[in-house]
Design a protein around this ligand. Structure first.
Ligand SMILES: [Zn+2]
Length: 267
């Protein structure tokens, strides 16, 4: 039985409800990967995690075991956590994995997001058992998956992940908020593109976000032609990393895949 991937949130920066985002939903990033035995690994905790939490509570409240792997701590990737329903019942267990940001621990960042000044339930008052696990680029195990983490070209410490079922099977790669153009200055080794290509080799599927549909368009109030270093890219750039010669992702049946991403709102 293969792994199952469910997209609970697909938008960057800010939730975008409305008819123009109805097809892919308007929630910020959250992807659930279920292994062959049903064990769940959650990628990012944008507003999409709220509906996932409701479903988990309906299915097994009191015995939910959630493993949440954060790419980074920008608000759109953590803002759903205060509304993650499994937090609020005893017996549930939640473990959150992610990198510290500079000298600030991930737990401190999550605690600030639920400070009583901005949210009524502080992190210390949750009924579930919560663990925050710091990680760095490298390899480690989360539940039923072997995980490799690589640092991306994005402000702060942002990690891309490659998940491989411990029981065997194809790897899934999750790469979000990654600048693939020449702009920006990031604390990452110079041969980053070669490292990224090797990291993604044979990953199937690859989940990669795209802030823009094409390189360097004008985009509302933010002109990305003048703002190299915004830490994001377009779909064509991502496809070019995976298939540098063809410059386009191809489906298993050989037909070109859709290259136009659902539009996000801002960098
Ligand atoms: Zn970000």
């Amino acid at each position: 039985m293969a792994c199952t991937v469910t997209f609970w949130g697909t938008r960057g920066s800010i939730p975008t409800p409305g008819p123009h985002t109805a097809r892919y939903g308007g929630n910020t990033p959250c992807v659930a990967v279920a292994g062959a035995d049903g064990e769940l690994l959650v990628l990012d905790a944008g507003t999409g995690i709220r509906a996932l939490g409701v479903q988990l509570v309906e299915q097994k409240n009191g015995s939910v075991q959630a493993e949440i792997l954060l790419s980074h701590a920008h608000w759109d990737h953590i803002q759903g956590l205060p509304h993650f329903k499994p937090f609020f019942a005893p017996g549930n267990t939640v473990r959150i994995w992610g990198a510290r940001q500079g000298t600030t621990s991930l737990e401190a960042i999550l605690r600030q997001q639920m400070d009583p000044a901005v949210f009524p339930v502080p992190l210390d008052a949750l009924s579930a058992r919560l663990t925050v696990q710091h990680i760095e680029p490298g390899e480690f195990t989360v539940g039923a998956f072997r995980v490799r983490a690589i640092k991306l070209r994005h402000p702060g410490t942002t990690l891309g992940y490659r998940l491989t079922p411990s029981a065997g099977g194809p790897s899934l790669a999750y790469v979000t908020d990654n600048e693939l153009g020449s702009g920006g200055h990031y604390d990452i080794p110079a041969p980053w593109r070669r490292h990224l290509v090797a990291f993604l080799a044979d990953a199937d599927p690859l989940l990669h976000d795209a802030m823009r549909a094409r390189a360097a368009p004008r985009m509302g109030p933010l002109d990305l032609r003048r703002s190299g270093g915004a830490g994001c890219g377009c779909g064509g750039e991502a496809a070019g990393v995976v298939s540098p010669r063809a410059g386009a992702w191809r489906r298993r049946d050989g037909r070109p895949a859709r290259r136009r991403a659902p539009p996000n709102q801002a960098a």
